[in-house]
Design a protein around this ligand. Structure first.
Ligand code: ZN
Length: 269
């Protein structure tokens, strides 16, 4: 307005504080330190060696975080908080990972464990839901109705409805990995048969390959993908099956929610 005070432009000093992002996957953990402009300051990816032992695994994470803090000459005062993403069902309020079947972790008090160690605010979320929020915020800010589908060993989804992440009554809405697409399909760890993730995830590709190939050599998913890229007929056939099955689930999501956009992420991409 005329006569008003001259506006002053304020800017954030991006190096005033830092944030840790810990992405726990099924076989590895990504540890990233961001500045306040959400630019990567430093990062590290560590394999999960003691899969059935969350305490040992989180100790490895702390070791890496401590190393980063030291390397960047920071004090805990320089850190704003820690965000942890997990591949499983959570109680967001209490910061508990209730169940991560592909990891074998149950009732892990993630937020408390990180808080006890660093005394910083901790935000826990499901990996697909955290990714959905990130995709909306940074890549598709105008998309008010979209679904992010994360296809790894299992399938996780984050649903953005009317511009906000939809969590439902339990807080874990969007578990489309467990919509049933074949009642005669393989048994899922949830107890049902033929859930989408038993027929369309990376685990499906690996299991199917192991079943169809006569060799007793167990290949990792990366090795299987590489052989497939080289033109291995059986594996290409498995990719096609998985692709068809992925399509079936996507059609169900489209018919059920009518999103403007589906984003597929995860290891399978
Ligand atoms: Zn299931």
């Amino acid at each position: 307005l005329p006569g008003g005070r001259k506006p002053i432009q304020l800017m954030i000093n991006p190096h005033k504080a830092y944030i840790f992002s810990i992405e726990i996957e099924v076989n590895q953990i990504k540890i990233v330190m961001f500045d306040l402009e959400i630019k990567v300051v430093t990062k590290s990816i560590i394999p999960i060696v003691y899969k059935d032992n969350y305490k040992k695994t989180l100790k490895q994470v702390f070791f890496e975080m401590d190393k980063m803090i030291e390397e960047k000459n920071l004090k805990l005062d320089n850190l704003l908080g820690i965000g942890v993403a997990v591949p499983g069902l959570i109680d967001k309020e209490k910061g508990i990972l209730e169940f991560a079947p592909n990891l074998g972790w149950e009732n892990v008090y993630i937020s408390k464990i990180f808080k006890d160690k660093y005394n910083l605010p901790v935000i826990l979320d499901n990996e697909a839901k955290a990714a959905a929020i990130g995709e909306r915020e940074f890549i598709y800010p105008k998309m008010d109705n979209m679904v992010f589908i994360s296809i790894n060993e299992g399938i996780g989804c984050g649903v953005i409805l009317n511009g906000e992440l939809y969590r439902g009554a339990s807080g874990n809405a969007g578990e489309f990995g467990h919509i049933i697409i074949d009642t005669n399909g393989p048994l899922c760890h949830c107890g049902n048969k033929g859930c989408w993730e038993t027929l369309a995830s990376e685990s499906y590709i690996v299991n199917r390959y192991l079943k169809l190939s006569n060799s007793n050599k167990e290949l990792t998913k990366k090795e299987i993908y590489q052989i497939g890229k080289n033109g291995h007929k059986k594996i290409i056939e498995i990719f096609k099956e998985a692709g068809r099955n992925i399509g079936v689930g996507l059609v169900n999501i489209i018919n059920g929610l009518s999103p403007e956009l589906l984003v597929i992420g995860g290891g399978i991409v």
